[in-house]
Write a protein of this length. Structure first.
Length: 99
């Protein structure tokens, strides 16, 4: 957990690196005839959540650079984790249903 915190907390560019695959996966199936709307919607929500988290982290870093206790992460990380897992699950399910 310490490694995860050091990678994300105060590092909006690292968060954007995680958001990029979700953004690409959200837009890639739009041009495919076999893409299911549920998978696109899940990826779009996950991408938006990661981008919002990057913006939030940049704002926190700008406004309170010395914040030691981050209670907001107790809400943000589980939501991001669940959204990401659901989006990946729906995206993988899209490929199994189209075969």
């Amino acid at each position: 957990m310490e490694t995860l915190a050091s990678f994300f907390v105060g590092q909006p560019l690292n968060i954007l690196l995680v958001a990029v695959p979700f953004v690409l996966a959200a837009w890639w199936p739009r041009y495919s005839a076999t893409a299911l709307p549920r998978a696109r919607r899940a990826m779009t929500w996950a991408a938006a959540a990661w981008l919002a988290y990057a913006a939030w982290e940049a704002l926190v870093q700008w406004r309170t650079p010395g914040a030691d206790i981050r209670v907001d992460l107790l809400v943000i990380w589980p939501v991001l984790g669940l959204l990401s897992l659901y989006a990946v699950w729906r995206w993988l399910a899209m490929f199994t249903k189209t075969r």
